[in-house]
Design a protein around this ligand. Structure first.
Ligand code: GLU
Length: 507
């Protein structure tokens, strides 16, 4: 008879106590990639046993962020499944039942020590330079005493008896990992009110949900021996563990909020694309089989992901690299999609009203086409598009950067010739604009930079920016739309600029 392998089942188990940050998002992604690549199941479990810190709003936001990243789950609090409920706060009876089982089998015991006593013991241990751990005082209580005190209603927690032996487990990333029992006292499984401790609930859930691989951050590696002790006490087989490396910031300290943008909702607000984020997260502690490829689509990642290529040493978070990937994915994205994504940013910059019609959206495609290569992400758009939505002839003439143009006789001749022609030309398109420039070249004898530079300044008020060929139709078509900041067409711009720049120019 051949032994059939148990199905691959992995889980992502966030606590709804804050935003989905880089570390947790990477954990979710690795679990998802592994499940999808191995045709297994990806389970979402909400670990909300910390009632004081857990919030329904955080849970909603977490689910939304994971979904936005493009990670879907097969079982979870909203979709159900055979092994639910998937919220720990709804599983209290299950934990109590297993806690009781452990007391009955002699692997756990009731502890009546008060918080004050425990704190005093802890202080004594610290003052004697001993590692604080529970003294085991209540292990010795007789059965009679325990039942008398419980019947009298004395609050009791349930503690696991930690055996005096090394607790070890094979880790797919770190190899065989061992912990001495000295470091681990008899720890609490259930608090006096019946609330489970994390290390207990997680084992009961992983076992009952038939999790085959526990893939999580290595901040949990020191919890794992406690969990191993629970598995042993319950007579359950261990899942396979894979602890992912720590993520450091550029300053080599653990990445945290103080390092700036580190949460998925923040990235989303910045207008980063989800596929850029998942590609980037995949590279934090994992590498493609060839060790060099860095740009990998979701499909390529799914096909290539393997636990064997997880890197043990810490990963360093590099926002610039995320931006680099984002630029790559923006380039390959349909403009229509990018326009939709940039509406909130342009709205909050005051450039768009609440209602944005089809015509404006089509025009915005031209705008993005012209400025996209100047941004790392969409929330940087207000700066490069400013010269489209805002033009003031007087400001342009007075700007320090335009001094050369205003003061040079040759440049002024170009501006004069150009502005007169624009005024007479009617609506411009790229071809008409180019023809007009040839005429100015012929008339003034200027060429190259000396020709283009003054024209750019006259139309945009700036010495640099997107190609004029692209800007001209944007100005002309934008002027026909009704926008909160009306866009000025080329003729208006040229007229305003000439009025302030050229002495004696027609008003
Ligand atoms: N709820 C834990 C956390 O958010 C995860 C526990 C686990 O993956 O075992 O850190």
């Amino acid at each position: 008879m051949t032994e059939s392998k148990p199905p691959i089942r992995v889980r992502f188990a966030p606590s709804p106590t804050g935003h989905l940050h880089v570390g947790n998002a990477r954990t979710a992604l690795f679990n998802w990639l592994f499940a999808r690549g191995q045709k297994g199941s990806f389970i979402l479990r909400i670990e909300d046993t910390d009632v004081e810190r857990s919030q329904a709003d955080f849970e909603r936001q977490l689910l939304e962020d994971i979904r936005w990243l493009g990670l879907d789950w097969d079982e979870g609090p909203d979709v159900g499944g055979l092994h639910g409920p998937y919220r720990q706060s709804e599983r209290t009876d299950i934990y109590r039942k297993h806690g009781m089982k452990l007391v009955e089998s002699g692997h756990a015991y009731y502890c009546f020590c008060t918080p004050l006593e425990l704190e005093a013991d802890r202080k004594t241990a610290l003052s004697q330079r001993r590692q604080p751990r529970y003294s085991g005082k209540c292990r010795q209580l007789s059965r009679e005493e325990v039942s008398r005190r419980r019947q009298a209603g004395e609050p009791a927690s349930t503690r696991l008896k930690i055996p005096e032996e090394v607790l070890s487990f094979p880790d797919l990333v770190h190899g065989l990992t061992r912990f001495s029992p000295d470091a681990i006292g008899d720890f609490i499984l259930l608090r006096p009110g019946g609330q489970p401790a994390y290390n207990f609930a997680v084992v009961v859930d992983d076992h009952l949900m038939q999790i085959s691989h526990v893939i999580r951050g290595d901040d949990h590696i020191s919890n794992t021996p406690r969990q191993v002790a629970v598995y042993r006490a319950l007579g359950w087989e261990l899942p396979q563990f894979a602890h992912l490396s720590t993520i450091l910031a550029g300053d080599r300290t653990r990445l945290s909020k103080r390092h700036g943008a580190t949460s998925v909702d923040h990235f989303r607000e910045m207008g980063l694309l989800p596929e850029a984020i998942t590609n980037y997260l995949a590279l934090l502690g994992w590498s493609a089989a060839d060790g060099v490829t860095e740009i990998l689509s979701r499909e390529q990642l799914t096909a290539q992901f393997s636990l064997a290529h997880i890197i043990k040493s810490p990963a360093v978070f590099d926002l610039q690299k995320l931006f680099w990937l984002n630029r790559h994915y923006m380039k390959g994205s349909p403009l229509e999609r990018l326009v939709k994504l940039s509406l909130p940013v342009l709205r909050s910059a005051g450039y768009l009203g609440e209602q944005v019609g089809k015509e404006t959206e089509q025009w915005l495609e031209l705008v993005l086409g012209a400025v996209l290569k100047n941004v790392d992400h969409l929330s940087q758009l207000p700066d490069p598009v400013r010269l489209i939505f805002h033009f003031d002839g007087r400001e342009a003439v007075q700007a320090e950067e335009n001094k050369d143009v205003i003061e040079s006789e040759d440049s002024r001749r170009v501006v004069d010739s150009f502005c007169q022609r624009v005024a007479a030309a009617g609506e411009l398109d790229s071809d008409k604009f180019r023809a007009l420039i040839s005429e100015v070249r012929n008339e003034t004898g200027q060429k190259g930079k000396n020709l283009f530079h003054p024209i750019r300044v006259a139309l945009t008020g700036r010495t640099s920016g997107p190609e004029m060929d692209k800007l001209v139709p944007i100005f002309e078509q934008g002027a026909k739309l009704s926008l909160p900041n009306p866009v000025k067409n080329c003729a208006e711009r040229a007229r305003e600029f000439a009025r302030f720049a050229l002495k004696g120019a027609a008003d």
